[in-house]
Each structure stands twice: as C-alpha cells, then as structure tokens.
Design a binder for this molecule. Structure first.
Ligand SMILES: Nc1ncnc2c1ncn2[C@@H]1O[C@H](COP(=O)(O)OP(=O)(O)OP(=O)(O)O)[C@@H](O)[C@H]1O
Length: 273
C-alpha cells in the first residue's frame, strides 16, 4: 500500500470580487492522480502557477478538493474521524520556503521545536530539553542554539530549525514546499544533503515541491511535472526525465544543462549524463 495516494483531484478556487471586477473561478488542478510509497521522495516540478502549492495544500488537508480525494495510509483524508485526523497531523509534516515567516520571532529555538512535542507527548521538562538538544544535533546545529531567537540565525540555520520541528514527532512524510528556494547555492546544497540523510536514516517520505529541477533531482526518486493544473509527465525513475518528449519538461531540462558535459554537476555532486 502506498503511503499517500492522490486520486482524481480537481480543484477550482471560487470566484471572488476584486477592487473593480468579479474575478472568474480558476481551475488550479485538473484530474491529478499520483502516489508516494514509504521512504520515497516524489519531486513535484512545474513553473509558477502550475498548481504545485495548491496540490500541496490539498494533500495537507487545508484546501478541500472540488473533486477526487487524498488517501493517507489508505484512509480518506476528507472523511476520516477525529482520532485518525490527529494521527494524520502527526504523521504528515510540512516545511515551507520562507524559514523566517514559518516561526514565531518571539520564541526561542527551544520553544519552536518543543511545540509539537508538547502538543502530542507527555514529556517532563528535562526530557523535552533533551529531545530538543538531540534534534538540534541531528539537523547539524548545537544544543546551546536552543536559547537563541530566530533573528539570531541565518536563513539556512533557521530552515534547519524548521526541519527539526518537522521531524520532532517522527512523522512518516514531510511536504517540502520550495524548502531551499530562498537560500544561496552553498546553503541549498547543505540543506539538500541533510534532507537526503534524514530520508535514509528515518525512512521518511517526501513530497518535494519546487520549480528547480536540480534541487528536485538531488533528493527525489520519482519526478512529476505539472503544467496548467495537470500532471504532464510522471517518471518513477528520475533519470527517465531526460528522455521525456513533453515540451514543458524539455524546457525545464535544457534550462539547467550546461553546454559541456564536464560542467554538468548537480547540487549534491552527482553529474548529469
Ligand atoms: N487562493 C487562491 N484563490 C484564487 N486562485 C488561486 C489561489 N491560490 C492560487 N490560485 C491560482 O491557482 C493557480 C495555481 O497556483 P499555485 O500557487 O498552486 O501554483 P504554483 O505552481 O505553486 O506556483 P508558484 O510556484 O508560483 O507558487 C494559479 O493560477 C493561481 O493564480
């Protein structure tokens, strides 16, 4: 059984009235079906407006699809009872692009990472602190960083804190919505390496939403490409993306391939052939 199954999902945002005129309803997703197995990463690619984030929201249960459904561990996300929903909220976590706005600036790293643990587990203050210290070390920071506030971290360090918070409850899957897009290239490489290590160590599954094919290739097993609300390409083996005949995919691939093969190095040091 797949961990996550998206079945025939269509989503239309309702019409709304803007400053002067009534905006038409927009179909952001059309008949999307895909799945993610345990310990697997699906890279979800597409240009701006393709519908990636909307699909992420549908999968997280925050945007109910107009048609179709989402199954998590075989259970329908939109009809499951309160107890199953509580498990779902624990097992599916999310990391967003903007590491700063994802945290409360008035909370210390300790408080930020403790929050999910306080909500779901009964730990003594010393156990809680031990957990936070361990999580900080796991994501490549130091235990004494727990006393710091968000402003005292770099964007990359703060993204590590967001990742520590996301893995605190040992989830089965994380939705990563453009997690490295606002970071410089070197920091991107470090975060992608960390994501790969966590996936291997904890058997995590990821939905990796990005417009950056190099980043997606570095972490993903399978790749899906969206365009205008549809999945136009889906490959179970990421290397098959290079033989896709879809114009959108060819454009994505050619945008990152340098002329000379010697220069085709990826973020994680792998080489495009
Ligand atoms: N809340 C909303 N109300 C109305 N339309 C929306 C809303 N959110 C997104 N859309 C529309 O849905 C479509 C898909 O948007 P979405 O944000 O999912 O794309 P995306 O692939 O994630 O793009 P980006 O990479 O720029 O974030 C776009 O046409 C967008 O304008």
């Amino acid at each position: 059984m797949n961990l996550l199954e998206v079945v025939g999902v269509t989503h239309t945002y309702g019409s709304f009235r803007s400053f002067r005129r009534k905006e038409k309803a927009a179909t952001a997703l059309s008949d999307i079906s895909l799945s993610i197995g345990e310990g697997m990463c699906l890279g979800l690619l597409g240009t701006s407006g393709a519908g990636k984030s909307t699909l992420g929201k549908v999968i997280l249960g925050v945007e109910k699809p107009t048609k179709g459904t989402v199954l998590f561990q075989g259970q329908d996300l939109y009809t499951m009872g309160a107890a199953a929903r509580k498990h779902f909220r624990r097992d599916l976590q999310v990391v967003f692009q903007d590491s700063f706005s994802s945290v409360n600036p008035r909370m210390t790293a300790e408080k930020i990472i403790s929050e999910p643990l306080e909500n779901y587990e009964r730990l003594s203050p010393s156990e809680l602190k031990r957990n936070v210290a361990q999580l900080l070390e796991v994501v490549g920071l130091h235990a004494d960083d727990m006393k710091k506030f968000p402003m005292q971290f770099s964007g990359g360090q703060l993204q590590r804190i967001n990742i520590a918070r996301a893995i605190a409850l040992k989830p089965k899957m994380i939705v990563l919505d453009e997690p490295v897009s606002s970071l410089d290239m070197v920091t991107q490489t470090h975060i992608l390496t960390l994501l790969n290590e966590l996936k291997a160590e904890y058997g995590l599954s990821y939905l990796f939403i990005t417009h950056d094919i190099r980043a997606a290739y570095s972490v993903s097993d399978a790749l899906a490409v969206m365009d205008k609300g549809r999945v136009v390409e889906m490959v179970q083996d990421k290397d098959e993306i290079f033989s896709s005949q879809q114009p959108v995919v060819k454009k994505l691939v050619s945008s990152i391939l340098p002329e000379h093969p010697r220069n085709r190095t990826l973020l994680n040091g792998d080489v495009f052939v």
